[in-house]
Design a protein around this ligand. Structure first.
Ligand code: SF4
Length: 419
């Protein structure tokens, strides 16, 4: 398809900062915050929510010299430490109160599951208000990757997804995102994952939530994850991937941030009719608008875009779909995108189930013979409710007393799979 023939993006684009997106009621997605949202308190303010100036001002307000803020940054970002006992360069009498002020407990592990001979660790975290999120740590021969959440639940409403069935509860603060990274970086450094001590090298925003619907906190977290110590963890921005279901406003903003993160677009369908059904956000930003934005991101960042494509048996995994997808990608030129077909977990009795191996192989063969690079994505942790939302679903099934707090979770107990 010639680029010139592509449909132009809408002139006026809705803001998506708050998770509330205009038109949410008119479409199938439930991208509105939960009814209890207004009564929810904000997470306590944490060092990772503050600018350097705000940290300095906070210690000055406590009657302490500015450099105490720099010492705290160093403990947090360079040593992953929040324990007052570790603040040995700060007078003993000040340690506890500074830790209370700068390092409030934001995330607490509720449930941990291990798979792949200890190389995959999935954690269900409890937040300060009782909300739950998940993260997954995966060790590979050359890297260690953490998949993190950006929201509690997700409002995008993809019908095949456990998290989508939760709906959106609230956005995470920047520090709630950064804390997932600090906990994992510490665990990996201390040899808490099979294979011995190592360094957390890669971050993917592919856990619960749509990162572009919590844009400000996500970008602030990315800056702290990638800045060099003592202002960040020093994980290269080139090793950070931000995944979106196609929130074009967010893709455009991210392209202007000048941070070389990789963009991943969860496409899941090669035409609008099918994508309208699988990804309700497609009714807001259609396939051409999303592909235009993804290609523009490639031009701006010079980084290949990942196209995520969950293969669902008999739904989007046939030869015709692979050919359509290849045509769409090639319409923008060569070597700008890499397709990651993702096998779904087979779940008995579900409409959304895994492709047949021969269909997966055929899908990849067609893409490759059309000159599109494609790699079947590794599905780490499938035996531990590996997909986002599934561990939360399991937890609520086992702890019905907690379920009342969050309302209707029945549907996700049976939910087949997610992104
Ligand atoms: S597939 Fe991704 S974007 Fe869609 S509902 Fe699930 S978490 Fe949200």
């Amino acid at each position: 398809m010639a680029r010139a023939a592509l449909k132009a993006a809408p002139a006026e684009e809705p803001e998506t900062e708050s998770g509330l997106t205009e038109g949410g009621d008119a479409s199938k997605f439930h991208d509105h915050l939960s009814i209890r949202h207004k009564s929810r308190q904000k997470p306590p303010r944490h060092l990772a929510d503050m600018t350097r100036e705000e940290r300095e001002q906070t210690v000055v307000d406590l009657g302490l010299p500015k450099f105490r803020a720099h010492q705290l940054e160093n403990h947090y970002f360079a040593h992953f430490s929040v324990d007052p006992k570790d603040l040995t360069d700060i007078p003993a009498v000040q340690r506890q109160s500074l830790a209370n002020r700068f390092f409030p407990k934001l995330i607490t592990p509720l449930l941990t599951r291990t798979a792949d001979n200890g190389m995959t660790i999935k954690t269900l975290w409890k937040l300060f208000d009782g909300a739950r999120i998940e993260s997954v740590l995966m060790r590979y021969p050359m890297r260690t990757t953490l998949c993190i959440s950006s929201q509690v639940g997700c409002g995008m409403g993809c019908p095949f997804c456990a998290t989508g069935m939760l709906g959106l509860t609230r956005n995470l603060s920047a520090a709630e995102i950064v804390e997932q990274v600090r906990e994992a970086a510490k665990l990996v450094r201390d040899g808490g994952i099979a294979g011995g001590p190592a360094r957390l090298s890669n971050i993917v925003f592919m856990g619960m939530g749509e990162p572009m619907a919590n844009y400000r906190s996500v970008v602030s977290a990315i800056r702290e994850i990638s800045a060099l110590p003592p202002l960040g963890f020093g994980i290269s921005a080139r090793n950070i991937t931000v995944s979106t279901v196609g929130v074009v406003t967010g893709i455009k903003k991210l392209a202007k941030e000048n941070i070389p993160v990789r963009l991943a677009v969860s496409l899941h369908a090669p035409n609008d009719t099918l994508r309208d059904e699988l990804v309700p956000m497609n009714k807001r930003f259609d396939l051409e608008t999303v592909m235009d934005a993804a290609h523009d991101y490639f031009l701006a960042s010079k980084r290949r875009v990942s196209i995520e494509y969950a293969l669902m048996r008999g739904i989007n995994d046939q030869a015709v779909h692979a050919r359509q997808l290849a045509r769409r990608i090639n319409g923008y030129g060569d070597d700008w995108a890499h397709v990651n077909p993702i096998p779904l977990n087979p779940v008995e009795g579900s409409k959304w189930t895994a492709s047949k191996p021969e269909d997966e192989a055929q899908f990849i063969r067609i893409l490759r013979s059309a000159g599109v690079t494609a790699t079947l994505r590794d599905t780490r942790g499938n035996d531990i409710d590996g997909a986002c939302g599934q561990l939360a679903a399991r937890y609520f099934a086992e702890h019905p007393e907690d379920e009342a707090q969050f309302g209707a979770f029945d549907s996700i107990k049976k939910a087949p799979e997610t992104c």
